[in-house]
Structures are given as structure tokens and as C-alpha cells.
Design a binder for this molecule. Structure first.
Ligand SMILES: [Zn+2]
Length: 210
């Protein structure tokens, strides 16, 4: 597996382009407004985008879902609980976007343990609520890679004071992720990469008293 990153407006989102080198099948993770750059990568590497993977349904992460699908025919996948957000986003104006995103309907509703394939590469969905109810991480076990969106960052985690957020669920989720192999490489939705082993602070977390 090869992974490339684009840092995108509107909020310095990390958008990822990943592909299986043998089959030349690709996926993008949280495209934000990096559609053009991600399509250029598809050309550059001769890898066809077959999935648009959303770690959650916030408009900053999903803004170019519709345009990439229109150009490539790729399938939009999101954890089933967050799927309604994709349609809802089109109804609100967001200061950080030039225009409300186009309304989109998900093509694939993911569940805990759902598997998507790029050639022989298997991408497994982990339900990781906390930032939103339906946040998910995408685990490529054979490559030791985890795409965490706004769940886990290097040294911190995503906000839990946004709609759908839950501090208690975030603690549960982070403890679960900490059980993955220490060498697992973490590709977050904002900021630099890290590994599960480097995120030692998770072990000291206590549940918030609500
Ligand atoms: Zn978010």
C-alpha cells in the first residue's frame, strides 16, 4: 500500500490518497476540498479511485465527496450512523466553505467490521464514536495503518463538544485504539502522523464525570 497526503482548505484537513500497487485500485480518505489534487494523484500514479471513505460526516471533511464521485464513479462510504449528515450538510451554510456542499447520498453504509477491498488490500471499519456518534477509523491491518479522521491526532483527540460528540465515548474509543499493535501508523485528519505506541497519554485517561 502506498499513502499520499494532501493538506486541504478549509481548515488544514489532511486528505489521503491510498492505493494498492498491484491492482492500481485507490481510495481517498476525507477529501475535504482537495478533490482536484486527489484526482491529479490518480492520474500520476495510474490508480483508479474506487472508494471515497469518510471517517465521519462533518462538512469540512466531506466537501468534495460529490465532485470526486461525479468524475470517477467511485462509491461514497461512511459509517451508517453518520450517513444522514451527508445530506444535512447541504442545507447549512458554513463559514469555512465557499459554498454549501452538494447534497450526497452514501453508496456504502459501513458497520463495525465492514471490509472494503482495493485489490488484495483489506480496509476494515472500526466504529469509534466520540467526535460524532458515527465516527469510524479505517484499519489496513496488513499494512499496519490506521486512518483516524478527527478521532485520534498526534498528542490529542478530536473535539467532543460539537454536535454528536461525547467525551465518555471518546475515552472508550481511544482505549480501544490503544490496544492495536504499537507500531500501527496513524494517519489523522489534522496534523502530523504518529503511531499507536507513541500515544502514551491514552493510558492515563480517566472517564469524565458528566
Ligand atoms: Zn470533524
Amino acid at each position: 500500500m502506498r499513502v499520499e497526503k494532501v493538506i486541504s482548505s478549509p481548515l488544514d484537513n489532511n486528505a489521503y490518497f491510498l492505493f494498492d500497487e498491484a491492482s492500481r485500485q485507490a481510495a481517498v480518505v476525507d477529501p475535504a476540498l482537495a478533490g482536484k489534487e486527489l484526482l491529479a494523484m490518480s492520474e500520476k500514479f495510474g490508480a483508479k479511485i474506487v472508494y471515497i471513505l469518510n471517517t465521519h460526516g462533518h462538512p469540512d471533511s466531506t466537501a468534495d465527496d460529490a465532485s470526486i464521485r461525479t468524475t470517477t464513479g467511485a462509491k461514497i462510504a461512511i459509517f451508517e450512523v453518520d450517513a444522514p449528515r451527508l445530506e444535512k450538510n447541504a442545507r447549512g451554510t458554513r463559514w469555512f466553505l465557499p459554498a454549501p456542499p452538494a447534497p450526497v447520498k452514501a453508496d456504502v453504509l459501513l458497520k463495525e467490521g465492514s471490509e472494503l477491498k482495493l485489490g488484495d488490500l483489506v480496509i476494515t471499519t472500526l466504529h469509534t464514536p466520540g467526535h460524532t456518534e458515527g465516527s469510524a477509523c479505517f484499519h489496513v491491518e496488513t499494512a499496519g495503518a490506521l486512518f483516524t479522521g478527527d478521532t485520534l491526532y498526534a498528542g490529542s483527540c478530536g473535539r467532543t463538544d460539537v454536535q454528536g460528540g461525547s467525551p465518555a465515548k471518546m475515552v472508550f474509543t481511544l482505549r480501544r485504539l490503544k490496544e492495536l499493535p504499537a507500531e500501527t501508523r496513524v494517519y489523522p485528519g489534522h496534523g502530523p502522523e504518529t503511531t499507536i505506541g507513541d500515544e502514551t497519554w491514552i493510558s492515563d485517561l480517566t472517564y469524565p464525570v458528566v
